[in-house]
Design a protein around this ligand. Structure first.
Ligand code: NAD
Length: 234
């Protein structure tokens, strides 16, 4: 494996997915041991389902949130936080909703799919600001202002991303090194980022447990991120 010299690059963009938090005890959706190996679970994170069965979805997310609250960042989160300090320009984009990058000290994190550690009102007209929320719910909590159900500040399937994808695409425009780590690459728009980076002329690398079919990755390193990342950079 050829080492990456951080100082050789003007703008490093990194995309992370659920695979990097597996070593911290948070299950992935896809892949071995993934939550979606259970057919029922697969449909729970669609926005229509949330409004049909908010108690069930809050309860399901509660079980993940409990793991998230007890989790510590692992070596991958820590190395990425260190790179931010030394790179000339660095953008960290994550699909994860677990807040572990911030816990590891990363400052500039684009959370594409929001965060399980924030809650907001489901009523778009309500003035309740989005708030940090470390409570674990077994049923849907209600808004203290308008009594509508509260929702986690995450992006459900079939919902828009609300602008974070724009920030990510702006970062990709001038990147010269792009790495996707621990992501199955099957959720748009993140699945298209390798193409954007390739278009910008960047070197593109995938680091994942399993093969991802995407012609825009120039290099692929298959294996555990927590074993690869600590020895990949110099
Ligand atoms: P995914 O669950 O679809 O896929 C994870 C990928 O990581 C798989 O391809 C798997 O083979 C790989 N992987 C597993 N362990 C690994 C390891 N140790 N090292 C390297 N790779 C490993 O994840 P995704 O592509 O990020 O899915 C996107 C959706 O899943 C997002 O919407 C995200 O919000 C959500 N999600 C987030 C979390 C979290 O916040 N930790 C957990 C589960 C799902």
């Amino acid at each position: 494996m050829k080492k990456i010299r951080i100082s050789n690059y003007e703008h490093i963009v990194i995309l992370t997915g659920a695979g990097i938090s597996k070593a911290s005890g948070i299950p992935t959706f896809r892949g071995e041991g993934g939550l979606w190996n259970d057919e029922e679970t697969k449909h729970l994170l669609v926005i229509d389902e949330f409004y049909k069965r908010p108690d069930v979805i809050w309860n399901f997310l509660g079980s993940i949130k409990e793991k998230v609250l007890n989790a510590s960042p692992n070596i991958v989160h820590n190395v990425l936080s260190e790179i931010e300090k030394t790179a000339k320009k660095f953008t960290l984009i994550t699909q994860n909703i677990d807040g572990l990058h911030q816990k590891a000290g990363s400052k500039n994190v684009i959370e594409l799919h929001g965060s399980l550690l924030r809650t907001r009102c489901s009523n778009g007209e309500c003035n309740l600001p989005v708030f940090d929320d470390y409570n674990v719910y077994s049923k849907a909590p209600r808004c203290s202002i308008c009594n509508a159900i509260l929702r986690p500040d995450i992006v459900f399937f079939n919902e828009h991303l609300g602008g974070t994808d724009f920030l990510a695409k702006v970062a990709l425009r001038d990147c010269d090194l792009y790495l996707a780590i621990g992501t199955s690459g099957s959720v748009a728009p993140a699945s298209n980022f390798a193409r954007g980076a390739d278009y910008a002329g960047a070197r593109t690398i995938l680091i994942n447990m399993e093969e991802v079919e995407n012609p825009y990755f120039h290099e692929k390193i298959l294996g555990k991120a927590e074993e690869i990342i600590p020895i990949l950079f110099e």
